[in-house]
Write a protein that binds this ligand. Structure first.
Ligand SMILES: [Zn+2]
Length: 341
């Protein structure tokens, strides 16, 4: 989303995030202020360096059977979007990117001792070597969403388990982001403020994705559904239905006629007191009892509850509250399990 596809390398699409335009503006401003094309050239070479860094991650990741969806370039770095992180490969995948940056940085530094390309009096290779060393170094900070966060998680997860290690790396990332934000505000450094926001939201997103993935791993719809749901008849009057809801205190119910699920009705469907349930009910969103929670969550993005069926027969309901509660319970279970190790 919000990105422009440039080209493909090693079968991986390279995309520019829309905020990259901001970086372009800064570079153009630099070029005008300092009246030199040096900054434009440096910008393009830095962009190449970031792509090489991400290709480093991607190359190792592919060896672990990970599919790289794309490499997304942001103004403050790149992200290789993988379909999953294989846990045994994470350490090597995480280190590969900074290693590429350090290799480029050190090589250019050595070369620039003997020979450099001067553009308007600026040493191009030397400056590029420094940028690569910074790129490698910044990414080794042991906090999400930087590579160092992945490396830290890979090391910690041997002892604390994957979910807890992720939370530790996420929290370090958030604390670091808040310190950067404070420093950025105090020094009125716009770049630092932007980086701090990138780190904060990057860390938070990483944590959420892992939490949902990890907690609901191997969990099916039937595992968390509320079984034997209370049903209503399509001929029930709305007045009766309101009393019925008050008694049972659920916000949504399956509508069943002759043993068949014909619709669903909830608190949000009722706008008037007259009529019967049939006038207000809507089509239920169905999931199979063996469906993964990930798929269930996708289907729940636009409804409050889904109906679990087995061979077409209604077996249970999953509401958003069920998901949240199941998540809390499963997290506790995972935490207690990891204490045993
Ligand atoms: Zn990296």
């Amino acid at each position: 989303m919000y990105s422009i596809r440039l080209f493909k390398i090693m079968g991986i699409p390279i995309e520019l995030h829309i905020t990259f335009i901001l970086f372009l503006i800064i570079i153009v401003a630099f070029s005008i202020i300092y009246d030199s094309i040096f900054w434009a050239i440096l910008f393009i070479l830095l962009f190449v360096s970031v792509v090489l860094h991400e290709l480093g991650h991607s190359y190792v990741a592919k060896k672990y059977g990970v599919r790289i969806e794309k490499i997304l370039l942001l103004p403050i770095g790149g992200v290789a979007m993988m379909d999953k992180i294989p846990k045994e490969g994470e350490l090597k995948i995480g280190i590969a990117g900074p290693l590429v940056s350090f290799a480029i940085g050190i090589s250019l530094l050595v070369i620039s001792r003997f020979f450099d390309v001067n553009v308007d009096g600026y040493p191009l290779l030397y400056t590029l070597s420094l940028l690569n060393l910074i790129l490698g170094g910044f990414n080794l900070i042991p906090a999400f969403p930087m590579d160092g966060g992945r490396i830290l998680r890979a090391i910690l997860s041997k002892k604390y388990g994957y979910l807890k290690s992720t939370k530790i790396a996420v929290n370090i990332g958030k604390i670091l982001a808040l310190i950067m934000l404070l420093l950025g505000l105090l020094s009125m450094n716009v770049m630092l403020i932007l980086v701090s926001l990138f780190v904060y939201f990057g860390a938070e997103q990483e944590g959420k994705v892992v939490e949902v993935d990890e907690v609901f791993k191997n969990i099916k719809a039937k595992d968390i559904m509320t079984p034997n749901p209370i049903c209503v008849s399509p001929d029930m009057s709305i007045e009766e239905f309101l009393d019925f809801m008050l008694k049972h205190k659920y916000f949504g119910y399956p509508v069943v006629e002759d043993g068949k699920l014909v619709g669903c009705i909830g608190i949000n469907n009722i706008h008037k007191k007259d009529g019967i349930v049939r006038d207000y009910m809507e089509d239920p969103v169905l999931v199979d009892e063996d469906e993964d929670i990930k798929e269930v969550l996708k289907k729940m993005s636009h409804v409050d509850r889904v109906f679990v069926v087995k061979n077409g027969k209604l077996e249970g309901i999953i509401s958003k509250t069920d998901i949240l509660r199941a998540m809390n319970i499963l997290e506790l279970k995972e935490e207690l399990d990891s204490q045993l190790n």
